[in-house]
Design a protein around this ligand. Structure first.
Ligand code: TLP
Length: 360
């Protein structure tokens, strides 16, 4: 049996491997040269996602990080402020890209379950005085990763966007897992996308594609983003090979996200029964478990899990993350629950073994 068949890998939904049908779609992809503007499958993907999101244009990019960073690059000038939720991916996991790639200044505000209070925009504005940096862009994230895959409600995004627009600010939505938000809430992608100037969405997470994300917005902005992508080395030539996997994912892997959400709930129910831990109720495919009992050391739990063929990642001093995805079935969930219970018991007894960790 291959390693992927024996390991229950809950570290991220980025770990999925292409299914046999997706591999066939990749093998049969019609390709051209994306930089020269004639890769038919890449063009088809961009056209389809722009239509799905109800926006003029889309740009396929190698990663969610590049999509977010291009959106920022195209909507601020050096010295401008960008309003970010304090635990957002853009602030937490993109290596200070706001400053390094765009010369921007991160203005960080704590949200509630990932949602920014629209009043924070008014509070962040400092007027036209020549001493002040200019607030130019507000970024939201949905689902919100570090808030436990929380769905930021559409109404909340609407109010935030309205407050931003009232002050002439642009809005970017990091929708790496907007597919999950859409399936969990029943709100179509185009309704979320209508609230932001730019939206980034990933195919390489719950949708199970090996590589790829997309940025949507109006035609002029996406044209600028295409030029910046080229400058950053993100032109991809026979990109149809990747785009075919993403088109396959759109056709076959969106509705099934509901299975991942159901399995996340099953995981959470199993984890909850373990003494000394508490679980943050999942809304989509992310489960956070907090090791309340100080005798349960996170690194010991991760090592013990790994020795049982189950992988999770550490997401804070006493918090672990498990994400369900295409490669985790009901049997995998049941195995993870048993392994977690044993790992916590063993850790509390003070056992020690070795294993790697994910990002905190
Ligand atoms: N998130 C990854 C890690 O980088 C933490 C994960 O395992 O969850 N926005 C959000 C909300 C994300 O969660 C991620 C990836 C990205 C953007 C970046 O996407 P990639 O990894 O394609 O650059």
């Amino acid at each position: 049996m291959s390693e992927s068949a024996t390991i229950v890998d809950l570290r991220s939904d980025t770990v999925t491997r292409p299914t046999p049908a997706m591999r066939r779609a990749i093998a049969e992809a019609e390709v051209g040269d994306d930089v020269l503007g004639d890769d038919p499958t890449g063009i088809e993907l961009e056209r389809r996602v722009a239509a799905l999101a109800g926006r003029e244009a889309a740009l396929f990019v190698p990663s969610g990080t590049m999509g977010n960073q291009l959106a920022i690059r195209c909507q601020i000038e050096p010295g401008d402020e960008v309003l970010l939720e304090a635990e957002s991916h853009i602030f937490f996991y993109e290596q200070g890209g706001v400053a390094a790639n765009s010369g921007g200044l991160a203005h960080v505000v704590k949200g509630t379950r990932g949602a920014l209070d629209p009043a924070c925009i008014e509070a962040a504005l400092r007027g036209e005085d020549d001493h002040n940096a200019r607030l130019a862009l507000v970024c939201a994230e949905n689902t919100h990763n570090r808030a436990g895959g929380a769905v930021v409600p559409l109404e909340s995004l609407r109010l935030l966007a309205a407050a931003a627009r009232a002050h002439g600010l642009s809005v970017h939505l990091d929708g790496a897992r907007l597919w999950n938000a859409s399936v969990a809430s029943g709100v179509p992608i185009r309704d979320w996308a209508a609230e932001a100037d730019t939206v980034m969405m990933c195919f390489s997470k719950g949708l199970g594609a090996p590589v790829g994300s997309i940025l949507v917005g109006d035609a002029a902005l996406i044209r600028r983003a295409r030029r910046a992508r080229k400058r950053w080395g993100g032109g991809m030539r026979q990109v149809g090979i990747l785009a075919a996997a993403c088109l396959h994912a759109l056709d076959h892997h969106v509705d099934r996200l509901a299975d991942d959400h159901r399995r996340a709930h099953a995981l959470a129910r199993g984890f909850e029964r373990v003494a000394g831990v508490s679980v943050i109720a999942p809304e989509t495919n992310i489960v956070f478990v907090v090791l309340d009992d100080p005798s349960i050391a996170p690194d010991a739990v991760l090592r013990s899990l790994a020795s049982s063929g189950v992988r999770m990642s550490q997401y804070g001093p006493r918090r672990l993350r498990a994400i369900t995805h295409l490669d985790v079935d009901d049997a995998g969930v049941a195995r993870a629950v048993v392994a977690f219970e044993e790992a916590c018991r063993a850790a509390a007894r003070g056992s020690r073994v070795d294993a790697p960790q994910g990002p905190c």
